[in-house]
Design a protein around this ligand. Sequence first.
Ligand SMILES: NC(=O)c1ccc[n+]([C@@H]2O[C@H](COP(=O)([O-])OP(=O)(O)OC[C@H]3O[C@@H](n4cnc5c(N)ncnc54)[C@H](O)[C@@H]3O)[C@@H](O)[C@H]2O)c1
Length: 342
Amino acid sequence: MRLPLPDAFPTEVHVLDRLEPRLLPEAPWVVIGDAAVRQTWQDSAMPEPPGSLWVQVGEAHKHLETLLPWLEHWASIPLHREAVIVAVGGGVLTDMAGLAASLFLRGLAWQAWPTTLLAQVDAGLGGKTAVNLLAGKNLAGAFHPPQRMVVCTAFLASLPSRQLESGRWELLKTALMEGDAAWAECILDEATPAEPSLVRALALKAGKVHRDLRESGERKLLNLGHTLGHALEAASEFRLLHGEAVGLGTLAACFLAESEGLPPFPEDLLQRICLRLTPLAPEIAPWDRCLPWLLRDKKAVSTGTGAAVHCVLPRSGSPAELRFLPTEAWGPAHARLLTALS
Ligand SMILES: NC(=O)c1ccc[n+]([C@@H]2O[C@H](COP(=O)([O-])OP(=O)(O)OC[C@H]3O[C@@H](n4cnc5c(N)ncnc54)[C@H](O)[C@@H]3O)[C@@H](O)[C@H]2O)c1
């Protein structure tokens, strides 16, 4: 199915249950793909034009240095301005491929074929492309939306269960951002198929991105769970997966929202989330190791009296609210997270 999105939205979004070549570009194209999914691509008889590259990628490779050989390779083919880059992989691959596409010849068109649940629900849509710097995650990047995103759920069959669970936390974040406890319960229920939630989350994200591409207003709500989440992810030295860190950060945001007087989510839902996150407790870094990362957050601003950060606070029954709070406000929420998961 093709998602009904506003006419001027820069990305066509398709959701399929098996791989089909009909959505590949008509113009000359090459694949830049994650080696982990090459077999699936080939088993489905998907074409692989000369010049395609399949690479090993992970968060540890998400640096500018990884992109340089890709750019040199495309220049040696040579790829011309009308060519299209087809990025096939998880969020690390699609973030890097999108950035490389934006740099090559000052911007080639690209398609995203995300292969993890996390990339299907989030990373592949919205035009944010980036690599990490030593100082933090995603600090060098560009807004360069793909012209087409093809979400094929067949890729999920080979995805390890930990990665599937990691993506589920981004889905849960979306449900809590909407204040929808019943939807959140559905997402936690593994027997419920992921596809309807995926389609709903993509439509919600597309609406926010369309109204606010540069993230000056409502798009910030999609960062629910990411403020403390990014700090926990970095402070764990990336032993926590991105989605896992977002799950922990989202629960901490529920605690912070409650302490700010916002309507809390039902206790049994919070309990269910706690139980599911408990195995991650050993990877939660102490507060003094998280704080330096929070102070470097892209959303943090220095004020006369210290640092403050835009915080997305979820509330039951209505969409999340954005508040500008001192960075230290996360300290008690972090402490409550540790207690709740102990
Ligand atoms: N651009 C955005 O808006 C945005 C949003 C959210 C996250 N992100 C970024 O996404 C990244 C995380 O993405 P991710 O969770 O997809 O991780 P990932 O890309 O590292 O993929 C996870 C692992 O699964 C493997 N893999 C991928 N697809 C597979 C499949 N179908 N079967 C088996 N193995 C498969 C990969 O090789 C990798 O080892 C982070 O770097 C994060 O910053 C970006």
